[in-house]
Design a binder for this molecule. Structure first.
Ligand code: RB5
Length: 149
C-alpha cells in the first residue's frame, strides 16, 4: 500500500542543489523522500527526469512528486504528458496552495533559476500542507482528466 507521506523528487542539472535542500526539508516534515536524482552536475535532459518522477506517482509508488529544472516549465510539460499527472509550476505561495485545493495537483514543479531557496521551501510547505477541496472542483478535475482519452 502506498504511504500517503511518500514523495518523489527529481530535477535536471539546473536544480540539483535546490532539490537536495528541498529533500532535507521535506524529510524533516516527516515525509519519506524518494529522490531519484540525478546527482551529477553534468548537463542532462529534463523530459526523462520529469517522466520518471511522474511514473512513480501514477504507479502509486508515491503519493506526490516535486520536480525542478531551470524554469520549472520544461520538466512540468514533460510530467504532464504522463496520463494521470496534474502538475503546475509555482513561483508564489498562493498558487501552490490553490493547485492542491482546486486542481488536486499531484506534482509541483519549481524553477531553480527563478526563485530563491527561502521562497521555494515556503511554496513546498503550501503544496504539502493543503488538501484538495473536492466538490465542484472535483467535477472540473474529472473533466480535465477526460481530455486524456
Ligand atoms: C537547462 O538549461 C534548462 O533549459 C532547463 O533546466 C529548463 O529551464 C527547461 O525548461
Amino acid at each position: 500500500m502506498t504511504s500517503s507521506k511518500r514523495i518523489v523528487l527529481s530535477s535536471d542539472h539546473a536544480a540539483i542543489a535546490l532539490r537536495q535542500t528541498i529533500a532535507e526539508h521535506i524529510a524533516a516534515k516527516g515525509w519519506e523522500v524518494v529522490d531519484i536524482g540525478p546527482t551529477s552536475p553534468e548537463s542532462t535532459h529534463y523530459p526523462k527526469h520529469g517522466a520518471a518522477a511522474a511514473e512513480r506517482v501514477v504507479s502509486g509508488d508515491c503519493a506526490l512528486g516535486i520536480i525542478l529544472c531551470g524554469t520549472g516549465q520544461g520538466i512540468m510539460m514533460a510530467a504532464n504528458k504522463v496520463k494521470g499527472i496534474r502538475c503546475g509550476v509555482c513561483s508564489d505561495i498562493f498558487s501552490a496552495r490553490m493547485i492542491r485545493a482546486h486542481n488536486d495537483a499531484n506534482m509541483l514543479s519549481l524553477g531553480a533559476r527563478v526563485i530563491g531557496e527561502g521562497l521555494a521551501l515556503e511554496i513546498v510547505d503550501a503544496f504539502l500542507d493543503t488538501e484538495f477541496e473536492g466538490g465542484r472542483h472535483g467535477l472540473r478535475v474529472d473533466m480535465t482528466t477526460e481530455l486524456e482519452a
